[in-house]
Unconditional design. Structure first.
Ligand SMILES: *Cc1c(COP(=O)(O)O)cnc(C)c1O
Length: 233
């Protein structure tokens, strides 16, 4: 029988191992539960043990937030899937942060909607397609600096706080280290170019989060290792 709290405890202890191995401070690494295709009942069970909730689709997040039990603990919700421009307004109503910015047009669209609501800033990350897979969203690594500088100029209400990537689906440690280490190095380059601190590196999923932590991840996004396989039916 699967127990969500036990699964999370196991992941937290693996996170501690990876942090220790790489000489990192465990409290600087957050655990996101990725809850796409899983019901709200499983989410409310997990939420007290998580730092963040991650959803891929705007509509699914809207539906789930609408039935979230009143008074039930939650944690910040991050959007981690591709954001279509016609869903920006609803995304901003359901998410506390968007990790998947990969175009200036989308960023400008978000900035415009935010500007209608008074002077608040909205936090985002840039998604980078480190593995260069055609089917994947995210900006190419060599385009990231131009996107970030465009956002600093055109999106004054957006606060770019980090980078996100989805690694290649592989168990090859060397390939994974190249991807995760590559995102960390890209962050250094962008820090130098812009002066932004970019504290967050969102990288690592169920199969590769320990490697990601060893390479500098500050947010691991774990779905199936917490909630079991997704039912796409
Ligand atoms: C689904 C998803 C995850 C979680 O994947 P698991 O392998 O189930 O841990 C993490 N990040 C993104 C962007 C996802 O779409």
């Amino acid at each position: 029988m699967m127990n969500i709290a036990d699964n999370i405890a196991k992941i937290r202890s693996d996170m501690a191992l990876a942090a220790k191995k790489s000489g990192r401070v465990l409290s600087e690494i957050k655990l996101m539960g990725v809850t796409k295709y899983h019901p709200v009942e499983m989410m409310t069970e997990a939420a007290p043990h998580l730092d963040l909730i991650g959803e891929n689709k705007v509509q699914e997040a809207v539906n789930k937030r609408a039935v979230w039990p009143v008074g039930m603990a939650s944690c910040p919700w991050h959007m981690i899937g591709h954001l279509q421009r016609n869903k920006i307004r609803r995304a901003l109503e359901s998410f506390d942060l968007i990790e998947s910015i990969d175009s200036l047009e989308t960023a400008v669209g978000i900035n415009r909607v935010i500007s209608e609501g008074g002077p608040r800033r909205f936090p985002v990350y840039i998604e980078v397609n480190m593995s260069r897979e055609a089917a994947k969203s995210g900006v190419a690594p060599e385009e990231a600096e131009r996107l970030l500088e465009g956002m600093m100029t055109d999106c004054p209400l957006l606060s770019v706080e980090g980078l996100m990537t989805v690694a290649l689906d592989t168990e090859d440690e060397c390939v994974l280290r190249e991807i995760f280490g590559g995102l960390r190095e890209l962050r250094e380059k962008l820090r130098c170019a812009t002066g932004l601190p970019l504290p967050e590196l969102s990288m690592g999923m169920s199969g590769d989060f320990m490697t990601a932590i060893e390479e500098g991840s500050t947010i691991v996004r774990v779905g199936s290792a917490i909630f079991g396989p997704r039912n796409y039916g």
